[in-house]
Design a protein around this ligand. Structure first.
Ligand SMILES: Cc1cc2nc3c(=O)[nH]c(=O)nc-3n(C[C@H](O)[C@H](O)[C@H](O)COP(=O)(O)OP(=O)(O)OC[C@H]3O[C@@H](n4cnc5c(N)ncnc54)[C@H](O)[C@@H]3O)c2cc1C
Length: 365
């Protein structure tokens, strides 16, 4: 059997580790991607916003089984119960360094580099018994994990020399305006204040304060079943709501902002002021129309969409192109229709496990 993963980021990596755990050999898997480092797309974005702690909890890792998570591993390594105690109260966050270290270890042990092939796939074409990927032959089972289709920038700032995206490398000018009000924006307010800047938060609406973008029940079987039973239009509205700006509640965020506001160093405004630097904490372009590969897949195969989402089965497969003998799955952000938190490590595992299940049940395996 030959199967393919398109996209060599964390989503592709989680899928690969899961296939290997399921007994699929490296020579049976081809991973197509731009770079061999599975954290290669993620690392510079996290570094740009000086992310020190993961947004995810103990289960936010790339190992194929959820347990033992990063809290258990850290507790064992440090001979300390603290990570476990924090984990049971949902307060454990691994450091970015810890996370990247586990990516390196897993990469070295799972055979990833044997399967990696440096190529950007332009076209996925359904053929008898599988899928043609450009000129690279036919694959019976394919998982697409192309990640986000690019950074989003407000049109009015496209040519503004003061503007930099939060996920691109940057320092901080003495007077900084941060556009946006989600997690990246909140991180940038604190970063710029810590660097001594005066900060204006430019926002069109007040951010929600919640620990995770996606409501916690949607990580459970029951919550997910009710999401899957929701009619399409309503489901798209729910997904839009999860994309609205939010950052976690807590003193760690509020205290520095309140202190800076008292000193006259933190302001909120609806419009840009004359700041020397404008940081666009405006996230990513949204929707499959921004991804050339997915757009072409949808157009050429007449696939069902709802607003900006590709309609998927609950198991994260493309229903019209998946049957007992072949599988087309999505993982990462384009798989939100099946799993609202698809763009998290937990969401990547959801898609990966179901992909492996399809392979295991395939009669021509
Ligand atoms: C700053 C930041 C912090 C985050 N922190 C966390 C966190 O703490 N916990 C958590 O669970 N999630 C977190 N996330 C969310 C998520 O884990 C990341 O977005 C992650 O990078 C998504 O992985 P991915 O593989 O889907 O996409 P990416 O990491 O972007 O990888 C996609 C890869 O596919 C390649 N590709 C695209 N199209 C093609 C093609 N046609 N052919 C071949 N290759 C292609 C791309 O070049 C890229 O290498 C964070 C996201 C950001 C931006």
């Amino acid at each position: 059997m030959r199967c393919a993963i398109v996209g060599s980021g964390l989503g592709g990596f989680v899928a690969y580790a899961t296939l290997r755990y399921g007994g699929i050999e490296p020579e049976e898997i081809v991973v197509f991607g731009d770079e061999a480092d599975p954290a290669g797309a993620w690392r510079p974005r996290a570094a740009a916003i000086r992310q020190r702690w993961m947004r995810s909890e103990s289960d936010g890792h790339c190992y194929p089984t959820s347990f033992p998570g990063l809290a258990v591993r850290e507790a064992a390594r440090r001979a300390s119960l603290t990570p476990l105690l924090r984990s049971v109260t949902d307060r454990y966050r691994p450091t970015v360094a810890e996370f990247l270290h586990h990516v390196d270890l897993l990469r070295a042990s799972c055979g990833w580099d044997e399967s990696f092939f440096p190529a950007r796939i332009q076209r996925v074409r359904a053929v008898n018994g599988g899928f043609e990927l450009d000129g690279y032959g036919r694959f019976r089972h394919v998982l697409l994990a192309p990640g986000h289709p690019g950074l989003a920038r407000p049109a009015e700032l496209a040519c503004d020399p003061r503007a930099v995206h939060a996920y691109e490398p940057h320092d901080y000018a003495p007077r900084v305006a941060v556009v946006g009000a989600g997690m990246a924006a909140a991180t940038e307010w604190l970063n710029a204040l810590e660097a001594g800047a005066e900060v204006t938060s430019v926002r069109r609406r007040e951010p929600a304060r919640r620990p995770l973008n996606v409501a916690r029940p949607l990580f459970t079987k029951r919550g997910l079943a009710s999401f899957h039973a929701t009619p399409a239009v309503e489901r798209a509205e729910l997904l839009k709501g999860f994309g609205a700006p939010s950052y976690p509640p807590g003193r760690a965020w509020d205290a520095p902002l309140e202190g800076a506001a008292r000193e006259g160093r933190f302001h909120v405004a609806a419009e840009l002021n004359g700041a020397e630097q404008v940081i666009c904490a405006t996230g990513f372009a949204r929707g499959l129309e921004h991804d050339a590969l997915l757009r072409r897949l949808v157009e050429e195969h007449g696939l069902e969409t709802e607003q900006r989402w590709l309609v998927l089965a609950p198991d994260s497969t493309v229903p019209a192109l998946t049957d007992a003998t072949r599988t087309l799955s999505l993982a990462g952000v384009p798989a939100q229709w099946a799993y609202p938190a698809a763009d998290t490590l937990v969401g990547m595992k959801y898609a990966a496990r179901r992909f492996l299940g399809k392979l295991e049940r395939c009669p021509t395996r």
